[in-house]
Design a protein around this ligand. Structure first.
Ligand code: PHE
Length: 355
């Protein structure tokens, strides 16, 4: 009777253990060895036996118990090892694999130019500011010494909005210069900032878009001179175009918010498009010494502080640097153009040493 039971158990339990997965194995262990498991029940039945019979049966049952325990342990070890193998295979990192050959995106040339400018000016101790695309006419014009009805407002024919901003008529900013005002109102000198950003004018042809980008620069401190302005522009432009000794010319001009005012030209060859060579000049921005009225409008004492400002057209310098003939594709999202002129996101802007 007992022998039968032992045999049955041995014949069903051992093969079942051999093929069980982790969950089934645990179920089997409980069913056999748990508190109300079948092996435990057999052991308990020993209590009701005669001494002789108990001795013989005890040996048998314990033998089976050992066989089952060993089978359970062996199976558990095997399953654990297999699980570890699977985990290691799944988490394997092949450090010898080459990077993905074709990153799915490219950095837009304008973003790239912005990153490069930021890298160059950071190294010169400038911080980067931004301001809203929708301005009020005080920040965009009046505070910059362009009074209402002044013809200079027409120079930057703009989009007025049917709204007010800070109790003043709202305009799409015509240049990044209003961020000069915002910064000088909130910061005390010394100030050294650049402001890359979007600007708007009602202009549209092959080289003008109603929406375009500029980068403003502003330095305010004690004893700042036109020499500093010129040195700063020369350093920036030669780093950006990667041409040492790039010819830079400051040409006398007029802006209401600077005095004296100068257009910034770089040397190039009109025929070949080569930058830095030839005898032609190309305008890439405006500049000048910040007008005392502008400083005073922002609560900065013009007798104590001086400064310079400049603004360059980002599309213009990007087109020049990369030999792009037309401005319009910048905003057309043509994937072929982006692939051609875009740069890999895996290559950071590192024009300037140490960045
Ligand atoms: N804001 C001027 C423009 O858009 C450029 C400029 C900036 C000129 C700073 C002088 C100083 O035309």
């Amino acid at each position: 009777m007992l022998d039968n039971e032992l045999n049955n158990l041995r014949q069903t339990a051992l093969p079942a253990i051999k093929v069980a997965d982790a969950a089934a194995l645990e179920e089997l262990r409980v069913a056999l060895m748990g508190k109300s498991g079948s092996v435990t029940a057999l052991l308990k039945s020993l209590g009701g036996m005669e001494a002789e019979a108990r001795k013989a049966a005890g040996a048998e049952i314990n033998l089976l118990k050992t066989e089952i325990t060993e089978a359970l342990t062996a199976r558990r070890t095997l399953l654990d090892a297999a699980a570890l193998e699977a985990k290691l295979a799944a988490e394997r990192l092949d450090v010898t694999q080459p990077p993905r050959p074709d990153p799915t995106g490219a950095i837009h040339p304008l973003s790239r130019t912005t990153e490069e400018i930021a890298a160059i000016f950071s190294a010169m101790g400038f911080s980067i500011k931004d301001g809203p695309d929708i301005e009020n006419d005080w920040n965009n014009f009046s505070a910059l010494n362009i009074p209402e009805h002044h013809p200079a407002r027409a120079m930057m024919d703009t989009f007025y909005l049917n709204a007010t901003f800070g109790n003043r008529p709202a305009v799409l900013r015509t240049h990044t210069s209003p961020v000069q005002i915002r910064t000088m109102l909130n910061q005390t000198p010394p100030i050294r900032i650049i402001v890359p950003g979007r600007t708007f004018r009602s202009d549209h042809d092959a080289t003008h878009s109603p929406m375009f980008h500029q980068c403003e620069g502003l330095v305010i401190g004690e004893g700042i001179t036109l020499g500093h302005l010129k040195g700063c522009l020369i350093d920036f432009l030669s780093a950006f175009f990667e041409i040492p000794n790039l010819p830079v010319r400051l040409r006398s001009s007029y802006f209401p918010f600077t005095e004296p005012s100068m257009e910034v030209d770089i040397g190039w060859n009109r025929k070949t498009g080569e930058i830095g060579g030839g005898t032609d000049w190309l305008e890439i921005g405006g500049s000048g010494m910040v007008h005392p009225n502008v400083l005073a409008n922002c609560g900065i004492d013009p007798r104590k502080y001086q400064g310079f400002a400049f603004g360059v057209g980002l599309e213009r310098i990007t087109m020049l640097k990369h030999g792009m003939p037309d401005l319009r594709p910048f905003y057309e999202s043509d994937i072929r153009w982006l692939r051609h002129y875009g740069t890999s996101p895996l290559t950071p802007a590192s024009l300037h040493e140490g960045l």
